[in-house]
Design a binder for this molecule. Structure first.
Ligand code: NAD
Length: 436
C-alpha cells in the first residue's frame, strides 16, 4: 500500500515514520521547502525520542520519502491530512490549511483515493473536505471517485512513537465499508496485540478528539484549583492527590497540579470546543472555567515570587530549570515558562535558563532577553532563586552541594512539586510548591 501524508509536523512525521516502519511506502509532503530539504538530509524539524532512528532506517531503505510538491506523491491510495489547525481570531479552529490540502488533492488526483483527516478538526470538517475536493474535481471536469474519513491522533509529544505503535485505541470515523476495509488493512499490524480499532460515524470521531483533550485539560485545571485551595486552607495537595488517585473511578493520571497546561493541543482544543458550542447556541461552561483557571495558574508562580521578594524584583536573577511545556519535547507552543519569563522580565529581573532540548525553540520567542546556559548548574551562578519549570528526569536529583556553592540565596519555586518540601527545608531552602 502507498500512502501520502500531508504536513510533516509532530503528527505527520510520526505517522509517516511509524507506517513506513511496518513496510508501507510512505510519501511525506510539506509546503515548507526548507523542512523538506532538511528531512532529505536526515535533519528533523522536531525533537521526539526514537524518531530519528526510525526515519534514518526507512529513508535509507526507500520506504519513506519527502516532497514539497504533492504532484510527486500523487499516485497513493490513501492520503492523510496532518497539517496544523491553529486557533483563529475568535478561538475556533482555523481550517484554511486543511481545506487548502483538500483542494490540492482534488486538483491533482487521477484515480480513487481515501482522504483521512488526522488533524484535530471540529465536527463537520470531513464534509467540508469532501465539498472542497469535489469542487476542485468539478473545475477540472473530472469524475473521480473518492472517500473521506476521520482518524484523530492521540499521540503524546515525548512518547509519540510508542503511543502510535502501541495505541490505547485507534479511533476512526467512516461512512462506508470500502473506507473501513482500507483502514482495517492499514492498521492491522498495530491492533493484532489487542489495541482496539474503534469505528464510528465521522462526526463522532471528530468530536472524540476534542472530548478527550478537553477532559484531560479539565482534570489538570480541577487539580490546580484544588491545589490553590489546599494552600489557603493548610492541606497538602500531594496527599490529597494520592488519596483520590487510588480511587479507580478517578485514576492517578493527569491529577498533578502545576503551573498550567500548555503545548500545541490543550489550549487551542479547549478554546475551539467551547467556541464550537457557542456557535451552535450551547455554552460549554465547564470548558470556559477550565481555560480561565489555566490562564490564572500560569501566573501563580509569579505571584509567589513577587511576594517572597516583597515586589522588589529589579535586578534579581532567576535560574529557570526547563522551558518546554512538558519533558521530552522541544515544543514551546503556549509553554507556561514564556508567561512567567515575560512577567519577571517586565519587573526588571534577569533570567538564566537551561533546558536539555528546548532552548533553540525558546529563542524564537525569548530572543536574547534571557541568558541561555549550558547546564542547570550554570543557571544557578549568582541566582537569587531557582524556578523549576519542567520536570525533566535529569533534574530529579541535582547535586545540591554544588548548587549551594553557586547560588546567592537558597530559595526554590518548584512549579511541579518535584522536590520534597521537607528535604529542601532541611537543606536550608525557602521552598514554594503548588498546593503544599
Ligand atoms: P505542526 O505545526 O507541527 O505541523 C504542521 C505542518 O503542516 C507544518 O510543517 C506545515 O508546514 C505543514 N503545512 C501547512 N499547510 C500545508 C499545506 N497546505 N500543504 C502541506 N503542508 C502544510 O502541527 P502538529 O503539531 O503536527 O499538528 C497537526 C495537527 O494534528 C493539528 O490539528 C493538531 O491539533 C493535531 N495533533 C497534534 C498533536 C501534537 O502533539 N502535536 C497530537 C495530536 C493531534
Amino acid at each position: 500500500m502507498k500512502i501520502t501524508i500531508i504536513g510533516t509536523g509532530y503528527v505527520g512525521l510520526v505517522t509517516g515514520a511509524c507506517l513506513s516502519d511496518i513496510g508501507i511506502e510512505v510519501r511525506c509532503v510539506d509546503v515548507d521547502k526548507n523542512k523538506i530539504d532538511n528531512l532529505k538530509k536526515g535533519i528533523l524539524p522536531i525533537y521526539e525520542p526514537g524518531l530519528q532512528e526510525i526515519i534514518d532506517r526507512n529513508f535509507s531503505s526507500g520506504r519513506i520519502s519527502f516532497y514539497s510538491d504533492i504532484k510527486e506523491a500523487i499516485d497513493s491510495e490513501v492520503f492523510f491530512i496532518a497539517v496544523g489547525t491553529p486557533p483563529g481570531e475568535d478561538g475556533s479552529a482555523d481550517l484554511k490549511y486543511v481545506l487548502q490540502v483538500a483542494d490540492t488533492i482534488g486538483k491533482n488526483i487521477t484515480k480513487y483515493v481515501l482522504v483521512i483527516t488526522k488533524s484535530t478538526v471540529p465536527v463537520g470538517t470531513a464534509e467540508k473536505v469532501r465539498e472542497t475536493l469535489s469542487k476542485s474535481l468539478i473545475n477540472r471536469k473530472k469524475n473521480i471517485d473518492f472517500d473521506v474519513a476521520s482518524n484523530p491522533e492521540f499521540l503524546k509529544e515525548g512518547a509519540a512513537i510508542s503511543d502510535f505503535k502501541k495505541p490505547d485505541r485507534i479511533v476512526v470515523g467512516v461512512d462506508n465499508e470500502k473506507s473501513k476495509s482500507i483502514i482495517q488493512k492499514l492498521y492491522r499490524p498495530f491492533i493484532i496485540n489487542g489495541h482496539p480499532l474503534i469505528f464510528m460515524d465521522i462526526p463522532s470521531a471528530e468530536m472524540t478528539k476534542y472530548a478527550a483533550n478537553s477532559m484531560l485539560a479539565t482534570k489538570i485545571s480541577f487539580m490546580n484549583d484544588i491545589a490553590n485551595l489546599c494552600e489557603i486552607l493548610g492541606a497538602n495537595v500531594n496527599s490529597v492527590r494520592k488519596g483520590i488517585g487510588t480511587d479507580e473511578r478517578i485514576g492517578n493520571k493527569f491529577i498533578y497540579p502545576g503551573i498550567g497546561y500548555g503545548g500545541s493541543c490543550f489550549p487551542k482544543d479547549v478554546k475551539a470546543l467551547a467556541k464550537s458550542g457557542k456557535n451552535n447556541g450551547y455554552s460549554m461552561r465547564i470548558l470556559e472555567a477550565v481555560e480561565e483557571v489555566n490562564t490564572s495558574q500560569k501566573r501563580v508562580m509569579f505571584d509567589k515570587i513577587d511576594r517572597h521578594f516583597d515586589s522588589n524584583l529589579k535586578n534579581k536573577t532567576f535560574a529557570f530549570w526547563g522551558l518546554s511545556f512538558k519533558p521530552n519535547t522541544d515544543d514551546m507552543r503556549e509553554a507556561p515558562s514564556l508567561v512567567l519569563a515575560k512577567l519577571l522580565l517586565a519587573s526588571g529581573s534577569k533570567i538564566n535558563v537551561f533546558d536539555p532540548v528546548a532552548m533553540e525553540e525558546a529563542k524564537k520567542d525569548l530572543n536574547d532577553s534571557v541568558n541561555y546556559c549550558k547546564s542547570l548548574y550554570d543557571t544557578t551562578k549568582n541566582a537569587d532563586a531557582i524556578v523549576l519549570i519542567t520536570e525533566w528526569s535529569e533534574f530529579r536529583l541535582p547535586d545540591w552541594k554544588a548548587i549551594e556553592e553557586l547560588i546567592n540565596e537558597k530559595t526554590i519555586f518548584d512549579g511541579r512539586n518535584l522536590y520534597s518540601k521537607e528535604n529542601m527545608i532541611e537543606r536550608g531552602y525557602n521552598y514554594y510548591g503548588i498546593g503544599i
